[in-house]
Design a protein around this ligand. Structure first.
Ligand code: NAP
Length: 271
């Protein structure tokens, strides 16, 4: 499968590293990247083919991955508009809708839009995916083969749900980082040294998430199991309920969803 990337930055590098790790051949991966230094890094690190501009081979890739910043996308697509013959295009740009991408590609319709998240950079990402109806089952599988190199994938039928996905898994790493920061601060206010505070907070977050993921029981059941009546955990959770920790997370995610929809409307208005 020939996989071509437009944009060879952080996300493209994460995907390329994952693809090579899964046995894809470097000779089948090409990257269009304007920065000479970044091209050199990609060649040295991965042995993939890099070029400064789109050429005759680009429109014929099996999967064409759009991995430039949303604000760079329109310009990046201009040389491809009306020329694409590839089976499917995968965009990982936040907030750019399928309709906007299709318009910028002169009506090309076999497009999949993904919302990855930053843990993709270490192969532990969670990507939400939505496709135009013209994308076939086989093309769904091709796209999934590319994105699963960076972690897990999940399809939604309704592209409108991408704003909710952005609010949960897209922005979600920041919520977890906030929780880790707060736990570190708490540890320090309880007299623990900063390095100890960080180690405790990070490993507790990692271990609790791994346990919840591997367990057949819900997080609510697991939480109840570590909360003995009148114990220390119960004292903490009572204060967290009073101070509205869960309510704050839910309200925050709702605000992220509304903002994501607003940003998508603004980028569509560039048409
Ligand atoms: N990083 C994340 O965790 C994350 C998470 C979710 C979604 N995304 C999405 O993933 C996409 C890529 O993000 P990133 O972090 O990988 O960005 P990045 O590191 O800035 O990579 C984008 C690369 O594309 C290059 N580029 C710019 N214009 C181009 C053109 N016309 N043709 C070809 N290449 C061009 C840029 O070069 P210059 O530096 O010269 O501009 C840059 O090297 C974004 O749309 C973002 O919304 C990223």
């Amino acid at each position: 499968m020939k996989i071509h990337f437009i944009g060879g930055g952080n996300m493209a590098s994460a995907l390329i590293g994952g693809l090579l790790g899964k046995g894809f051949a470097a000779a089948d991966i090409r990257v269009v990247e304007p920065l000479p230094q970044q091209r050199q890094t990609l060649v040295e690190k991965f042995g993939v083919i890099c070029q400064a501009q789109v050429d005759a081979a680009t429109p014929d890739a099996d999967v064409l991955v759009l991995a430039v910043k949303p604000q760079q996308m329109r310009l990046a697509l201009a040389p491809l508009a009306g020329r694409l013959t590839c089976p499917v295009v995968l965009s990982i740009a936040a907030g750019l809708t399928l309709a906007t991408l299709s318009a910028w590609l002169s009506g090309y319709r076999r497009i999949v839009r993904a919302m990855p998240n930053t843990p993709a950079l270490i192969g532990a990402g969670m990507s939400g995916l939505a496709a135009l109806p013209e994308v076939t089952r086989d093309e769904h599988r091709m796209v999934e083969a590319v994105l699963s190199a960076a972690g897990e994938t999940l399809w939604v039928e309704d592209e409108g749900q991408m704003d909710a996905i952005t609010a949960i898994s897209g922005s979600g790493p920041a919520y977890f980082f906030l929780f880790i920061e707060a736990l570190e601060t708490a540890a320090q206010t309880l007299g623990l040294a900063p390095d100890i505070a960080r180690k405790l907070a990070l490993n507790t977050g990692f271990g609790a998430t791994a346990l919840a993921k591997s367990s057949s029981e819900s997080p609510a059941v697991l939480r109840a199991r570590v909360t003995s009546k009148d114990g220390a955990t119960a004292a903490a959770l009572a204060v967290m309920a009073e101070t509205g920790v869960a309510a704050g997370i839910i309200a925050g995610a709702r605000a992220a969803c509304a903002r994501s929809a607003e940003l998508a409307r603004q980028s569509g208005a560039q048409d």
